[in-house]
Design a protein around this ligand. Sequence first.
Ligand code: GDP
Ligand code: IMO
Ligand code: MG
Length: 427
Amino acid sequence: MGVIVVVGGQWGDEGKGKVVDLLAEDARIVLRSQGGNNAGHTVVVDDRTFKFNLIPSGILHPATVCVIGNGVVLDPRVLLEEVEQLERAGADLSNLVISERAHMIMPYHPVLDRLEEAARGDDRLGTTFRGVGPAYSDKVRRIGFRVGDLQKLRFLEKKLDFVLPLKNDILVKLYSAAPFTKESILEEYTGYASRLDRFIRDPFPIVQEAVASGERVILEGAQGTMLDLDLGTYPYVTSSYPSSGGALAGAGLGPRHVSTTLGIFKAYTTRVGYGPFPTELDDAQGEYLRERGSEYGTTTGRPRRVGWFDAAVARYAVAVNGIDSIALTKLDVLDELEVVRVCTGYVSKGMPEDHPMANISHLKHLEPQYEELPGWGRSTREVRKFEDLPKEAVSYVQRLEELAGAQVDLISVGPGREETIRRRESW
Ligand code: GDP
Ligand code: IMO
Ligand code: MG
């Protein structure tokens, strides 16, 4: 069985939640490897819709251990809200483990996120304002607070004596904003400490044992490759590493045990927030796809930008992550189109380019090269076998496989668990 690394291949919201929930059925562990409560993962079971910001999407399978890994930054308030909501819905959270090494979003982080965005003016990034960037910055500066600090409140207080003046200085002197007091933070986080204590553990032995005994472990990524701090459209990225390398670091695992790197791709493309998006449709066609695909952010409710499938991005994501299997989602959203377009590569300053380049001003100004394929004009929502898809839909999927350079093993034709075409017995 081994480790399945699930990564978003585009700009996030590819349907990772749905796919992880499906694969979690026979997993020992689902581990959220990085990102924070900027993520929003949706799982639809029968007529119930669950939205997860932090809790791994395997949580609806009672026998599966769900781990929030060391690579995550979490806001304890948001986590507790999620825990309470799930418990009210009848979910069993006794199998939830939060790594002591995961970092916490502190009350000043969302405030700084907003202030920094405002200071950027027209060059703002369009963050989720959840404080994720400022929390990761503090982790790198080694002034972050970790979940394990909740079990050592004297230590947490001592660290606040050092860190809080640094933060208040910026808030007050640079932004003329209100400072935070040590007492209010201590009171708030002492409350979280007692409520989260039952989940805080070192996941190292659990994860290592599962891996050593060959059980299935799923690393659930958040965001997507093009939002990766190093590999994405910097600076219009998130502050973590959504790619497969980041997944391993965020889980505390090496590549030896990885059996499959599963890339999740939407059958078209979406992006929330600012930054280059070569295949963006800024017209009625884009509006149509946004409405038909319900493309509004799970976390912030913002309308998502929409565009055609970008095979140059897909090829790049396959290469940099080592993707050897693809799950293609939301094929049904294209059902009624007469013609479907796919970007096969770009032309930049008269020269062909086969992958997204580092220079974002080049990326903003290039010309996508499109191939047109005939639409299929009928619903795929009821289809469960690949060979039962309309032949034009089969051709579309096969063309995407060729262009991306990896096999499509799972096709999603609706948000529900059953609305899935599996082309592989197991992973
Ligand atoms: P994630 O962040 O990658 O987990 O994706 P999100 O949950 O943010 O966004 C994906 C949205 O598409 C959710 O509302 C899902 O319920 C929905 N969805 C997933 N797969 C399909 C599909 O195949 N067809 C349709 N129509 N909706 C889907
Ligand atoms: P999931 O896991 C889509 C985007 C934000 C913004 C940029 C930086 O649901 O796919 P941040 O708050 O992280 O500093 O914002 O990253 N972003 C996402 N876009 N899906 C996500 O997560 C995202 N998480 C962050 O919109 O453009
Ligand atoms: Mg999402």
